[in-house]
Design a protein around this ligand. Structure first.
Ligand code: PAF
Length: 277
């Protein structure tokens, strides 16, 4: 597996032929491995980027303590079938005087965007830059970050980027907790309670499957279960999976998404209802 540290090294390695790309911030887990495996199955070669992107963190967020586990990350990438890993440093991505931003208006203001102002502008900017450097044929993202996936799809379409985005299913721990690099911050007690996020979404799904279509009732159930487990609710929403606008009834693909704090760790999870409605 090649370790590429600079833009020039990526360009020299890239050559022609189809290339799968898995952008990450490191602290890799089985969720990332599933993206790398999907890419390795679809493409001649796969490159993973590892870059903790400062512009998607707010001033009081966990940028400085974000887990850095580079050696373990390299091993996971290689075992999952990556051909190369790109590890740029901050000064290479954000050169002195950097002042150009990519922003998808509207979609980035809701849900996670409401509690993390500027977060999605940081994501779309860094992903655009990485796309320009790597020039992938396909790029792989997880459904756990449902809003990020929707925003990146819109960006790719709006900017006519010749890249196919592949959104892969959420990978969960045996008890249902969605895998996340931030799970490692949880204390034993917080880890036990964090399962409440997927439990709450599971309860909503059951209600939906038994015929409930009223968003207010589904939302009520989500909040009631989460209140039993989480230290603080950030948001709980029942919205259109295409526009992220709140819905009154579930008549089509509907995203049920929540973010909650367990201690000081903020976790997100979601489920899509009504895909086959
Ligand atoms: O999902 C992530 O890990 C990050 O938001 C991404 C897409 C790598 C951009 O920094």
């Amino acid at each position: 597996m090649h370790i590429l540290n600079t833009v020039e090294e990526v360009r020299a390695w890239r050559g022609d032929g189809n290339l799968g790309f898995v952008p990450t911030m490191g602290a890799l887990h089985e969720g990332h491995a599933s993206l790398i495996r999907a890419s390795a199955a679809d493409n001649e070669r796969t490159v993973v980027s590892i870059f903790v992107n400062p512009t998607q963190f707010g001033p009081n967020e966990d940028l400085d303590k974000y887990p850095r586990t580079l050696d373990a990350d390299f091993k996971l990438c290689e075992a999952a079938g990556a051909d190369a890993v790109f590890t740029p440093d901050r000064a290479m991505i954000y050169r002195p005087g950097f002042c150009t931003w990519v922003e998808v208006e509207g979609l980035g203001d809701r849900l996670c965007g409401a509690s993390r102002p500027g977060h999605f502008r940081g994501v779309t900017t860094v992903v655009s830059k990485l796309f320009n450097i790597v020039r992938p044929t396909r790029a792989y993202f997880g459904q756990k970050d449902a809003q990020q996936a929707l925003i990146l799809k819109r960006m790719t379409a709006d900017l006519n980027l010749p890249i196919k985005l592949v959104i892969c299913p959420i990978i969960r721990e045996p008890d249902g907790l969605a895998m996340s690099s931030r799970n490692r911050y949880l204390s034993e007690d917080e880890r036990k309670r964090a399962v409440g996020l997927s439990k709450a979404l599971g309860e909503v799904q059951k209600l939906f499957e038994s015929g409930t279509r009223t968003a207010g009732v589904l939302h009520g159930q989500l909040v009631t279960v989460l209140d039993d487990y989480a230290d603080k609710l950030d948001y709980a929403e029942v919205v259109s999976a295409e526009t992220l606008e709140p819905v009154l009834e579930v008549n089509g693909p509907t995203l049920v998404a929540a973010a909650a704090f367990f201690g000081s760790t903020r976790l997100i999870d979601n489920v899509i209802l009504g895909l086959r409605a």
